[in-house]
Ligand binder design. Sequence first.
Ligand code: ATP
Length: 287
Amino acid sequence: MSYVLETSAKSEKAISQGAIRIEDVVKIYDPEGAAVMAVDHCSLDISAGEICMIVGPSGCGKTTLLNAIAGFHSITSGKIYLDDKLLCGPDKPMAEPGSDRIVVFQNGALFPWKTNLENIAFGPLMQGKMSKKEIYEKARNMMADAGLGGTENNYPGEVSSGLRRRVEIVRALMNDPKVLLFDEPYRALDSLTKSVMHEALLEIYYKNKVTIFFITHDLEEAIFLGHRVVIMSSRPCKPKKILDIDIPHPRDYSVLTSARYRELMDEVIELVHEEAKKSFAAGEKEG
Ligand SMILES: Nc1ncnc2c1ncn2[C@@H]1O[C@H](COP(=O)(O)OP(=O)(O)OP(=O)(O)O)[C@@H](O)[C@H]1O
């Protein structure tokens, strides 16, 4: 594929894994009954270490695609690969969920009765692949890297929502995933809180270059975070247009006032609006 991630020599190695290839995927719910076609011959290549933002009208099929990658439901036809591994395809309609692809459930997925450190260490402790000492050492290091130093012994309820979100992402990263999957994680947050979340996510991403598949309705968020923004068609979904966000990373909020950012916003707004109108005409509701 032609898309190239700008990256430092240090991170080259870290992002050699985590490419997703979605090849001609179709998903029809209830094929014998109502037959809802959610995804229609969708193809999309996502590079290892890319932040790929998915936007499109409500109900167009974005979550369906995420769930197929995660292994939460089957596809009707087509193939999805993670690097060279076929996740699902003709003889295997449903991918097995795995620690290489983690859906980051934000807000409320932490155990309130465990400390932040215990929350982060919990998954690997359950898996038992590393010693307790190694797990806690790794957890402490990752927390320090993510700006969570000093909050190890706090309970999630004792830290700000921004720090809690960091804990949730670090918890996911403890499993060394190749891909993080986000489904509108910051929906319903005010713009100030969102900006704190974005900062946290990017800071952690710059240190752990995993592939990010991120669904959002917030077009500003899509452009601010993404290497690319995939604008999906109204249902059934497939990419209508893919925009390279040619604003260099690392990014900070000064990006929002740049001329290029405004140009990209104008382009995305127009494309999404067109699809949203089609969705309305077809009877879906806009998000
Ligand atoms: N289990 C299911 N059975 C039948 N139809 C379903 C099922 N899940 C989703 N759908 C339908 O498939 C279509 C795509 O749904 P999906 O949730 O993937 O869209 P979306 O783009 O993520 O929507 P939103 O942006 O509102 O979250 C919708 O019309 C939805 O009603």
